[in-house]
Design a binder for this molecule. Structure first.
Ligand code: TRP
Length: 333
């Protein structure tokens, strides 16, 4: 039961490597803001990382703690939010198992991310039960805490739809015990990578949250921009231009952004000026995070402690829920 007067928010992130700007605007900024109004549970989805990384698991725990350090640096506050690690709350797996009894396999095969990822990640054998069950485990992650809202990107909306269908089906057999979760879409549109493809570690086109200021400046200088604009006096296109998408996302000086756009469209500004101003704005935004990260990293044991303490608290709630679920399923001995 959620005894807090505030509605509960649950969200997770897979520990598959360093966090980049896509994670910041696509998730972390929203996570931080939601702490004001909700009782938030944020966790490292290490079992979800295994669904595709099962052949190479050696980096998962290091990524997990490194990611938590970034969350803290971004402003996720362990005093207000519960930060935890999925595999330290094994009740998620028990609930996943019980849910799996009532979920028809075609429901899982229909999920768009399942079809897409199997086609895209051909180098991995994803014909596993674990990978098929990905959105069902995600369902367990959320409903075990009575999560009402789930901040996610667009690609995850179908997972939440499945979650609600699964909850309704479970309820048909065992009575009403769960809350049907709703997505809260991240307000920022998806940020492209430096080369205008999807931002992803595997493309090498990210700006990482741990990049130093000089690296950010260097990367911004190499960014893809309007390819038709081979000289500064040729009018350029702002819409869909990653350099301006980044300005919109990171430059808080709206007057400067408008001025640059106007001059860019008129062929009255060089790329160097546009990119220098962008790098400066981004570094101004990232600097307080770098500072907090330095502080966080000065006591690395504290990061683990926060995650372990949070997991203990989360587990208490999850155990409570599982009492209720076992009663409903009539598995009480
Ligand atoms: N599937 C999510 C992603 O890739 C990660 C995730 C796992 C998650 N469990 C969750 C997100 C529960 C929200 C709630 O981004």
């Amino acid at each position: 039961m959620n005894t807090s007067s505030r509605a509960r928010v649950v969200s997770g992130m897979r520990p598959t490597g360093k966090l980049h700007l896509g994670h910041l605007v696509g998730a972390l900024h929203n996570w931080v803001a939601l702490q004001e109004k909700y009782d938030c549970f944020y966790f490292v989805a290490d079992w979800h990382a295994l669904t595709s990384e099962y052949a190479n698991t050696s980096a998962i725990t290091a990524s997990a703690l490194d990611n938590v350090a970034d969350w803290l640096a971004a402003g996720v506050d362990p005093e207000r939010s519960t930060i935890f690690i999925q595999s330290l709350v094994p009740e998620h797996a028990e609930l996943f198992l019980l849910l799996s009894m009532v979920v028809p396999i075609p429901w899982l095969e229909r999920v768009p991310t399942y079809k897409e990822q199997r086609e895209q990640l051909v180098e991995k054998d994803l014909s596993t039960l674990g990978f098929l069950g990905y959105p069902l485990l995600q369902t367990a992650d959320v409903i075990i805490y009575d999560g009402k809202f789930v901040p996610v990107g667009e690609d995850q909306v179908a997972h939440l739809e499945l979650s609600r269908e699964v909850v309704r089906r479970f309820h048909q057999f065992y009575g009403e015990i769960f809350v049907e979760p709703q997505p809260i879409l991240t307000p920022t549109p998806r940020l492209p990578g430096l080369d205008n493809r999807k931002m992803s570690k595997s493309y090498g086109n990210t700006i990482d949250l741990t990049d130093a200021a000089e690296d950010v400046t260097k990367k911004v200088r190499q960014m893809y921009t309007d390819p038709k604009r081979i000289r500064a006096d040729i009018p350029g296109t702002v819409e869909g231009n990653p350099v301006f998408m980044y300005h919109d996302a990171f430059n808080t000086n709206a007057v400067e952004v408008e001025d640059l756009k106007t001059r860019y469209r008129a062929g009255k500004v060089g790329d160097v000026e546009v990119k220098t101003k962008l790098a400066n704005a981004m570094n101004a935004m990232l600097e307080p995070m770098r500072e907090r990260r330095r502080q966080v990293m000065s006591t690395p044991d504290r990061i683990r402690e926060i995650a372990v303490e949070g997991s203990r608290k989360a587990r208490g709630i999850a155990q409570h829920t599982m009492e209720r679920v076992r009663d409903a399923v009539k598995l009480r001995y």
